[in-house]
Design a protein around this ligand. Sequence first.
Ligand SMILES: Nc1ncnc2c1ncn2[C@@H]1O[C@H](COP(=O)(O)OP(=O)(O)OP(=O)(O)O)[C@@H](O)[C@H]1O
Length: 310
Amino acid sequence: MSITPLSLPQPPQKAPEFGRDSLIVCESLVRIYQSGSVEVQALQGLDLMVDGGEMVAIVGASGSGKSTLLSILAGIDAPTAGRARVDRWNLLAMSRADRVHYRRHTVGFVRQQTAANLLPYLTARQMVDLPMTATRTPARVRRARAAELLDTLGVGDCADRRPAQLSGGQQMRVAIAVALANEPRVLLADEPTGELDTATSAEVFGALRNVNKQLGVTVVVVTHDPEVSGQVERTVAIRDGRTSSEVLRRTATRDDGGTHVIAEEYAVMDRAGRVQVPRDYREALAMTRRVRLALEADHVAIRPDLDGRA
Ligand SMILES: Nc1ncnc2c1ncn2[C@@H]1O[C@H](COP(=O)(O)OP(=O)(O)OP(=O)(O)O)[C@@H](O)[C@H]1O
C-alpha cells in the first residue's frame, strides 16, 4: 500500500510559548481533593486562556469544577498539577507573602453568597475603604476611589447604608466595588446573580459589563444563567473538569442596516492537538475508535473508518 505524503506548510522555527500574550493561562490544570480515602478529581487537565480586557463566562453542570477553577485563579486554593499563570504570577509556585500580594493587588473576588462578601456592621463606603487601608492607600485617595467605584456600580446613593439596608442586587454591586478597591487587573465572580431574580440579575450583570468596558478590568464570571452567558462575547463550557467547548458571539450588520448577534460554537484544542468530537457528531456518523484525518487546503476533515468496520 502506498501512502501519499501530505504537503504540510512549514512550521515556525520555534513555536511561541503557549498563551504567551494572555493575561490568564491554565494548561493541563489538575486539582485533586482528598477526603478520607476518597480522591475527587475536580479539575482533570483544564486548558483556558483569557486575554487582558476580555469578559468571559464560564458555564457547566453542577460539580463540573467551575468554583474550583475560580478559587485557584483567586489564589484561595492551589492546583495539584499543571500550569496556571495570571499576569506575572505562577499560581503553582507562590510563597505565602506572594499569595497575600496577589490577592490584594492582582485579583478581586466576588463570592457566590451575596452576604458572604459583606460585613454587617460597616457601611458600603467603609467596606470599599477597608481593602485600601490594608494596602496603605492614603485617606484622600481612598475617599475619592470609594465614591467613584460606588458611582460606577450605580450604588453611589447607598454609600452610608449597611448591608441590611440594601437590596440583594445593591449588596452584590457593593461587593463588586469592594473587590475592585485596589484596582485589580482581574475580577472573578462566582455565580454573582445566583440568588437574584431576573430583573436584578440583569442589573448586576450590566454593572459587571460596565466595569469591564469602563475600567478595562478583565472579568471571569461563573454562571448557570443562560441570560448572562448569552450576553458575553465568549462563553467557555467546562465538563468533568476540562474545557469542552467555547461559544463566540459577534454582532453582524444585516442588509437592511439592522444588527444581530451571531453565536458560533468551537471545540477546544489542547497544546498536544487533542480535540474532543461532540458525542452527537460521533453518533451521527457512527464514528467509534478510529477515524480518518485528511488535511485540506483550509481545514482538517475527520471521516469514519468505513474500511475498518466489520
Ligand atoms: N473541598 C472539597 N473537598 C472535596 N471535594 C470537593 C471540594 N470542593 C469541591 N469538591 C468536589 O469537586 C468537584 C467540583 O466541584 P466545584 O464546586 O468546583 O463544581 P461547580 O461546577 O462549581 O459546581 P456548582 O455549580 O454546584 O457550584 C465536585 O465533585 C465537588 O464535590
